[in-house]
Design a protein around this ligand. Structure first.
Ligand SMILES: Cc1cc2nc3c(=O)[nH]c(=O)nc-3n(C[C@H](O)[C@H](O)[C@H](O)COP(=O)(O)OP(=O)(O)OC[C@H]3O[C@@H](n4cnc5c(N)ncnc54)[C@H](O)[C@@H]3O)c2cc1C
Length: 465
């Protein structure tokens, strides 16, 4: 048998349309490896909710490999050391991985390349267009989405998905047992509500099929948190259980171009987030605009706790934060409203909210998360203006969130559609009839909207002075 080739899986846990799998399988027998590296990412080690996802995703990949006669080798430690060690142990002729753009992925690549030299091959395939390849007319990089998207579109459609290659397997050394990694919560088990998800490549393909049934109506449906109007593919895409190219073509083939465009554009935002992170590796910590270095954030642990636990007294914010805790995911519009409430109404540092999301989201992605928080804060290189303070009540009414609030804030479920967005404005009689006692069964708002907005604008004016 010829010398084996190592496939090093990272956030690309799939066999279909995976260029590293194709390259290794074409070259000879393979060994499949995943390394749990909690050291190289430092403070950005994978959060708790995504570790839950990772457990089941690895189990699914291992089962898919077993069905083809192979094994998934699990090892733990700094990937820059572990990958070369495994390569040496199996006497690998080549090591293949997809290219990723988080700062720790780049550090891993540098370390592996230093040990393996030309035997280490990085392949593109995690994005529609690799960061750095969408360039301005003068060869520069984009920092603003709209011109970036226009230019990206000129390079689209992406390549059609690669067929899964036939795999032959070399002897695989003994690795760790997945259960020993303790990726799942023990006591208390906060993930009981995560059963709405099916991690793994098959779960991702099923999620695409489900989305195709409503994809024509995405442009309106995506803004309604009580409907399943968006694809909910983000956790699958974050760990690479399906390629973004495959999602693009599935939607573009099934839906007329004008109706597909709003969705394809969101896939463009995913690429854009990686493009920004590639240019600003510390985008998760450092504001894109210098004024925010001297911004007067408040130290408000009680406010933060009320926000994180869904007890702010604003039903739309509380519904979102409870959905996040219960399922590891939050609707995009509600992410914007909830994030805006924390950083503007409460004036809590965006990095604190960003880290809470990092730990709670099954789709946690450093590029998208830092872009989202910096966009809402107004601190990013591409972001909404600071004076755009989301008004939680009118947003809630506008996007028809009554059903969403009833689901996630059940103590308000019996309030009518007119009262549920702002229970403190309801007639006492209506509150009584719905079994709501403000301050007891449901909190009063922890800050008034006008007061919060005025305080935020004053803080900005002070920083700008
Ligand atoms: C404060 C904040 C934090 C966020 N953190 C994350 C995060 O950690 N991980 C993450 O994947 N998304 C994040 N987003 C972006 C967005 O909320 C989610 O991608 C989206 O809600 C996922 O749901 P979906 O799969 O149904 O999206 P759809 O509407 O179906 O969109 C399709 C895909 O496009 C991508 N996408 C959509 N919107 C964005 C965006 N604004 N930025 C980057 N990619 C996008 C996602 O991969 C998504 O699965 C964040 C947004 C905000 C405002």
């Amino acid at each position: 048998m010829s010398a084996p080739h190592l496939i090093w899986f990272r956030n690309d846990l799939r066999l279909a349309d995976q260029a590293a799998v194709v390259a290794a399988a074409t070259a000879g027998p393979v060994v499949a490896l995943f390394v749990l590296d909690d050291e190289t990412p430092g403070a950005w080690r994978m959060g708790a909710a995504q570790r839950w996802w990772l457990h089941y995703s690895l189990a699914a990949l291992a089962a898919d490999l077993a069905a083809r006669g192979g094994t998934l080798l699990l090892r733990r430690g700094p990937a820059g050391e572990v990958v070369p060690q495994v390569a040496a142990a199996i006497d690998a002729a080549g090591v293949h991985a997809l290219r990723h753009y988080e700062p720790w992925a780049k550090a891993q690549d540098t370390a592996v390349a230093a040990m393996l030299g030309g035997r280490f091959k990085l392949h593109d395939g995690a994005f529609l267009a690799p960061p750095g390849t969408v360039q301005t007319g003068t060869g520069g990089r984009y920092r603003i989405f709209t011109p970036y998207w226009r230019r990206l579109l000129e390079q689209m459609p992406p390549a059609r998905p690669l067929p899964e290659p036939a795999l032959t397997f070399a002897d695989t050394p003994v690795g760790d047992a997945l259960d020993d990694w303790q990726l799942l919560p023990t006591k208390p088990d906060w993930a009981t509500g995560f059963d709405v998800w099916t991690p793994g490549e098959t779960g991702a393909a099923d999620a695409v099929q489900r989305f195709l049934r409503v994809a024509r109506h995405y442009d309106t449906g995506r803004n309604l948190p009580s409907k399943q109007g968006s694809s909910r593919l983000s956790p699958h895409l974050a760990l690479g259980e399906i390629s973004v190219n495959a999602v693009w073509h599935a939607v573009a083939d099934a839906v007329p171009a004008t109706e597909a465009e709003p969705y394809l554009r969101e896939l463009g935002w995913r690429d854009f987030a990686a493009n920004i992170l590639d240019q600003f590796p510390d985008h998760g910590d450092v504001p894109g605009r210098a004024i925010f270095d001297r911004f007067g954030f408040r130290d408000d642990p009680l406010g933060f706790e009320a926000w994180a636990q869904g007890r702010t007294g604003y039903p739309i914010v509380d519904a979102g934060m409870r959905q996040l805790w219960a399922t590891g995911w939050m609707h995009n519009r509600v992410r914007m409203i909830a994030a805006s409430f924390l950083v503007k109404h409460l004036l809590v540092d965006w990095r604190i909210g960003e880290r809470w999301f990092w730990d709670c989201l099954v789709d946690a992605d450093l590029g998208a998360n830092s872009l989202g928080w910096q966009w809402v804060m107004g601190s990013g290189v591409d972001s909404s203006p600071f004076n755009r303070v989301f008004a939680p009540v009118s947003q809630s009414a506008k996007f028809d969130a009554a059903g969403y609030i009833r689901e996630w804030v059940p103590e308000l479920a019996r309030l009518g559609d007119g009262d549920i967005h702002a229970p403190w404005e309801a007639e006492p009689m209506m509150l009584r009839a719905a079994g709501v006692t403000l301050g007891r069964t449901y909190p009063r708002p922890i800050i008034g909207h006008a007061e919060g907005r005025a305080r935020a604008l004053a803080a900005y004016a002070k920083a700008a002075a």
